[in-house]
Design a protein. Structure first.
Length: 271
């Protein structure tokens, strides 16, 4: 088990992202996109610029993240230090705990007007495809990076478990934005445990009732437990936010400065 975990931690996350993007773009072609739109290359490029800014923001924040988590591990801080449990169980529970932490930070990003200014960049995409995974404001690393640090310190998880968590998380995040509609049985089978791509797309619906739903990244338990799970078929979806539904507001530069602009939330509550 230790060997597997060590091998996972040697994999470069950037290579993994390149492989996942290529794989899910190919799957979109193979399975057929239910949501057709023009200018896909332009859409990809604007979203990809966010990956570049996020990469540098992430490197900067990783220094803080590594120091705090190493400090808490050395001082045996956190829940799992009180129990002697096998490594495999600690890995599974650790991933669940980090997903739990991310669930609450994600809810906070929707509830706090200040954090929503950053998080709405991810929700602004009116055209959904695999590249929507990239669209996240670089400063948002402060929110989701803090979520993993808090998760590690509270639950007593070290950097190796954090590495495995990211390795498991990335395929979920890329798949959830891919422009395909998976058959209903995938939701019935995998949806009992996981947030499926169809479920995450509900979170990108313009109607606020659905935007504020399905907050978890990996496991469905948290949304079910805290009553935030909602469902809508992919074919009925209108993606994005009404206040960003304009080509001029879909460019990398506009979105990058958008947290510093007062943009009124426009409701689109038609069912
Ligand atoms: Zn969200
Ligand atoms: Zn998303």
């Amino acid at each position: 088990m230790e060997q597997i975990i060590n091998s996972i931690n040697t994999i470069n996350e950037n290579y993994l992202i390149v492989i996942l993007i290529a794989l899910f773009y190919s799957l979109e072609r193979l399975l057929g996109s239910p949501f057709k739109f023009d200018g896909r290359l332009n859409h990809f490029l604007h979203n990809f610029l966010f990956q570049i800014t996020f990469y540098f923001a992430n490197i900067a924040f990783a220094i803080v993240q590594v120091s705090i988590v190493s400090w808490s591990t050395e001082n045996e801080i956190g829940l799992f230090n009180w129990f002697d449990i096998p490594l495999w169980l600690k890995v599974i529970l650790g991933i669940m705990c980090l997903d739990f932490s991310s669930y609450w930070f994600h809810r906070l990003a929707h509830a706090s007007p200040l954090l929503w200014r950053l998080h709405r960049v991810h929700h602004s995409d009116t055209k959904m495809d695999t590249s929507t995974f990239f669209r996240g404001h670089p400063l948002e690393v402060l929110v989701f990076g803090t979520s993993s640090v808090v998760g590690c310190v509270v639950f007593g998880l070290d950097l190796t478990i954090l590495g495995v968590y990211f390795f498991v998380l990335l395929p979920f995040l890329v798949a959830q934005h891919a422009n395909f509609e998976l058959p209903d049985w995938t939701d019935k089978v995998f949806g009992k445990v996981f947030i499926t791509p169809n479920f995450h797309k509900v979170h990108h619906e313009q109607n606020q009732f659905y935007t504020d739903s399905n907050f978890a990244d990996i496991f469905i338990f948290w949304d079910k437990l805290f009553n935030t799970f909602k469902y809508l078929p992919v074919k009925d979806m209108r993606y994005g936010l009404k206040e960003f539904d304009n080509d001029k507001k879909q460019t990398f530069w506009y979105l990058l400065i958008s947290p510093f602009i007062n943009i009124e939330r426009q409701m689109n509550d038609k069912p």
